[in-house]
Design a protein around this ligand. Structure first.
Ligand code: TK8
Length: 332
C-alpha cells in the first residue's frame, strides 16, 4: 500500500509540474497596422499575460491583415485556427446579429456614453452571445467614432453624399445608412481599402481619425468631414475550444489583463484621435460640420432607425435608456 501511495504521489507531482510548465501559444490578427492604438494595446496585453504567467502564455500579434480580415478572424476563432481576435462589431453582426445595433448612426453622443453602455450588463449579455460562435467575449475595446473621407468634394451636408461610391464595412446597417444618404455603398474588407481608394474603385470611406492618419488614407483621399456618424467598438475574444484547455489561473490572468489593456487602449485611442486631427489639417481639407448640418444628418438617417427598430427593439431601447442614464449622471 505504502509503495502504491508513493508511486501515486510521484505521478501526481510529475503531472502537476508538467501541467504547470505547459506553454499555451496564441495568435491574433488585426486589420490595422503597427502604428494603431489597437496594436499597441495588444502588445501591452501580450507583455502582461506573458509576464504574469511566467511564459506559460505566449501571444503572437499579426497586424495589417497578415492573417486575414475581421470576418476571417471571426471564422478563425470558430474553426480554432486562431486563438484570439479583436474585430470591429460591424462584421461580427453577420455571425451574431445583435451586434449590428452598434452600427446604428448617432447611437452614442460621446465615447464615455459608449463606455457606460459597453461596460454595463448590456455589454456582458452581448459578450455571452459569442459562445454561439465558439468564442468567449473578454471585453470591448475602442475603434471609435467614424468620419467620412472622399476624393470628390467636401462633405458639408447630407446632399453632398449624393452619388458617391463609399466603401463600408460588410454590414447591412452601414449599407442601408449610406444608401439612405444617397450614396452608393460598397461593402469591402478593410485590407482591400487602401488600393480601392488609390485606384478610384471607390470615392471614399469612413473610419476614425487615427485610422485615416495611421493607415495613410490622406495619401489617397482629399477631403475629410467630422461626421462622427457611428461609433465602432472592437470586441476582444478568445476561442472557447482553446479557453477550455486553460487552467483556471491562466484564465484569470487573461481576463484581468484584457480589462487592464482595455483601459490602456481606450485612453491611447482618444489621445491618438485628437493628435490625428491636428496632423490631418496639413494633409487634407478638413471640414467641421455646423450643428445645423449635424442635425440634418441625424434627420436624414431617421428611416434607418425606423427600419431596424423592430429588429433590435428591446436591445435598442435598453441601450437608449442606458445612454439617458449616462447623460443624467454626467449633468449631476
Ligand atoms: C480593422 C477593421 C477596421 C474597421 C473597418 O480590422 O473595416 O473599416 O473600422 O477597424 O475592424
Amino acid at each position: 500500500m505504502r509503495k502504491f501511495v508513493s508511486v501515486l504521489l510521484i505521478f501526481l507531482l510529475i503531472f502537476s509540474v508538467a501541467f504547470s510548465a505547459k506553454v499555451y501559444k496564441m495568435k491574433i490578427g488585426i486589420g490595422y497596422n503597427d502604428k494603431s492604438s489597437q496594436y499597441a494595446a495588444l502588445i501591452y496585453f501580450k507583455k502582461l499575460i506573458e509576464k504574469r504567467s511566467n511564459g506559460r502564455l505566449q501571444l503572437d500579434v499579426y497586424h495589417s491583415s497578415q492573417l486575414g480580415d475581421d470576418r476571417e478572424m471571426i471564422e478563425g476563432i470558430s474553426l480554432g485556427t486562431v486563438e484570439l481576435a479583436c474585430p470591429s462589431t460591424a462584421p461580427l453582426a453577420a455571425f451574431v446579429p445583435e451586434y449590428g445595433v452598434f452600427d446604428l448612426p448617432f447611437l452614442f453622443p460621446d465615447e464615455k456614453a459608449a463606455d457606460y453602455v459597453l461596460d454595463s450588463v448590456i455589454g456582458v449579455k452581448l459578450l455571452q452571445k459569442l459562445e454561439k460562435i465558439n468564442a468567449i467575449g473578454l471585453c470591448f475595446w475602442e475603434n471609435g467614432f467614424r468620419n467620412l473621407t472622399n476624393n470628390v468634394r467636401p462633405i458639408k451636408s447630407p446632399e453632398d453624399l449624393k452619388g458617391l461610391k463609399i466603401r463600408v464595412m460588410q454590414n447591412q446597417v452601414f449599407i442601408d445608412t449610406f444608401r439612405t444618404l444617397g450614396a452608393n455603398p460598397t461593402p469591402m474588407a478593410f485590407g482591400e481599402l487602401f488600393t480601392a481608394l488609390q485606384q478610384g474603385v471607390v470615392d471614399g470611406q469612413e473610419n476614425p481619425w487615427q485610422t485615416i492618419y495611421t493607415m495613410k488614407f490622406y495619401e489617397v483621399q482629399k477631403y475629410v468631414s467630422d461626421t462622427g456618424h457611428a461609433y465602432s467598438p472592437f470586441v476582444l475574444m478568445i476561442s472557447k475550444t482553446f479557453w477550455k484547455k486553460l487552467p483556471d489561473d491562466l484564465k484569470k490572468i487573461i481576463q484581468d489583463s484584457a480589462i487592464e489593456a482595455k483601459i490602456y487602449q481606450r485612453k491611447l485611442n482618444r489621445e491618438m484621435n485628437k493628435a490625428a486631427i491636428e496632423k490631418l489639417k496639413s494633409l487634407m481639407t478638413v471640414t467641421f460640420l455646423t450643428n445645423e448640418a449635424r442635425k440634418d444628418f441625424q434627420k436624414a438617417i431617421k428611416p434607418v432607425y425606423d427600419k431596424y427598430r423592430s429588429k433590435y427593439g428591446s436591445l435598442l431601447d435598453e441601450i437608449l435608456e442606458k445612454v439617458e442614464e449616462y447623460e443624467k449622471t454626467k449633468n449631476e
